[in-house]
Design a protein around this ligand. Structure first.
Ligand code: PMP
Length: 441
């Protein structure tokens, strides 16, 4: 039974588990946006495998693609050998990318996880430039392995590995509600850009010319913070004019999630390297980098890995990429996301515990604050991770799965699948509204 399963796994599994603590459910079946627990309860899933499930759980086109590989007798594990399944995936992926990549880009299969691809990206720019420094941003999340963790902003996450990597210089990400400079809006973003340029150009007090800059166009784990398009364009200009390769981590933002197929399309910037994972595998593990061919400085064998050739993931990924493209699900994400933001902002007007509502497409964050505390000198209220935890638990009681994130763990994050229906959208918002009202009491 469910209780027994929860108890045994809690006893045997690593203390590092997180989801299982905040979401004590035992999923046994799932379809679309719905997860069914062992106790028969059904939940609307706004976690989506941490943003992996663009098409929700067990979408027929992904299942069919997986079955067709299984039925064909094709090898399931192919290292980095050439196969028709991989050819189809690469072709489908390149069709979605900014044209510069399609014309002369390179792809590298990196392994199962997003963090594998971040490692590869960082190592690639270090190899290509012969330099080692990396510019990364406050609040960033790039993964849990060495280079990816070093670029991640969360001090607590980095604590076990010491200060992290001295080669990483951290810059302030434009975060309107709690801008690192205490200045919100476009002025905060401009100051962040100026800070970056000044640092790079300072011959004495600045940083050594770095190997690259890594950023997310919308920070996900960092609390759902969309960077202004103008800031992204400034970062592209600053890095380009100084010969610093720009790595954009689209692990979470990719495949329609933000209302464009890739989040870089909103600002029109073309990175030197894009890091892709999560949704590209159609719910199975797959991670790649794509990059400008001039950066392809690897020796043969310079970067390897056994699990780069998961044919089931490539097939499910091809089907997912095509389905998102053909059904214009990015546009759908933009429309539904805008509607959700409007309703949540209306809700914020009646609930002082909602400090900020923000997002892009179907990446939405509701930042909970302590409404009884004093505002800081810039007008923000203190974050309330405690209240966010109660909202998450109240939502779960009402059949809604949401994730928390942000620098303080105070942001309720909504990452529904792009196939969410209008009815499900209203149900998510109704349940969240009730959960916030209950938590506030
Ligand atoms: N980059 C970003 C932007 C992410 O959101 C994540 C995971 N949440 C990662 C990298 C790491 O991916 P993985 O957990 O698959 O290693």
């Amino acid at each position: 039974n469910a209780e027994g399963i929860l108890r045994r796994q809690a006893a045997r599994e690593s203390a590092a588990r997180t989801y299982a603590r905040s979401l004590p459910i035992v999923p046994v079946r799932a379809r679309g946006m719905t997860i069914e627990g062992a106790d028969g309860r059904r939940y609307l899933d706004c976690l989506s495998g941490a943003g992996t499930l663009a098409l929700g759980h067990n979408h027929p086109v992904a299942l069919e693609a997986i079955r067709s590989v299984l039925d064909s007798g094709a090898p399931l594990q192919v290292l980095d050998l050439a196969t028709p399944v991989k050819d189809a995936f690469t072709t489908a992926l390149f069709e979605t990318l900014p044209p510069q990549f399609a014309e002369s880009g390179r792809i590298q299969f990196c392994g199962p996880a997003g963090t594998d691809a971040v490692e590869a990206a960082v190592k690639l720019v270090r190899t290509a430039t012969g330099r080692s420094g990396l510019l990364a941003f406050s609040g960033a999340y790039h993964g849990m392995t060495a280079a990816a963790l070093a670029a991640t902003g969360d001090l607590a996450a980095r604590a076990a590995v010491g200060e992290g990597d001295a080669r990483v210089t951290r810059l302030p990400y434009p975060y309107d509600y709690r801008c690192p400079f205490g200045v919100g809006g476009s002025r905060g973003a401009e100051l962040s850009a100026r800070w970056t340029a000044t640092l790079l150009d300072d011959p004495k007090g600045g940083v050594q010319p770095p190997a690259g800059m890594i950023l997310e166009a919308v920070q996900g784990e960092g609390g759902v913070i969309p960077a202004p398009d103008a800031w992204l364009r400034r970062m592209r200009e600053i890095t380009e004019t100084r010969g610093v390769p720009l790595i954009v981590d689209e692990v979470q933002t990719g495949v329609g999630r933000t209302g464009a197929f890739w989040a870089v399309e909103h600002s029109g910037i073309v990175p030197d390297v894009m890091v892709l994972s999560k949704a590209i595998g159609g719910s199975l593990p797959l991670a790649v980098i794509v990059y400008r061919e001039e950066l392809d400085a690897w020796r043969p064998g310079a970067h390897a890995g056994t699990f780069r050739g998961n044919q089931l993931a490539m097939a499910a990924g091809t089907a997912t990429l095509r389905f998102v493209h053909e059904n214009r699900l990015a546009e759908r994400a933009a429309t539904v996301g805008a509607r959700m933001l409007t309703r949540l902002r209306g809700l914020a007007a009646h609930h002082p515990c909602i400090g900020d509502v923000r997002g892009r497409g179907l990446m939405i964050g509701v930042e909970l604050v302590d409404a009884d505390a004093a505002r800081d000198e810039y007008g923000a209220l203190p974050a309330s991770p405690q209240l966010a935890g109660v909202v998450q638990a109240e939502a779960l009681r009402r059949g809604l799965i949401v994730e928390l994130g942000g620098r303080h763990g105070s942001v309720v994050r909504l990452l529904p699948p792009l196939i969410i229906t209008d009815e499900q959208t209203e149900a998510v918002l109704d349940r969240l509204t009730d959960a916030i009202a209950a938590a506030e009491r």
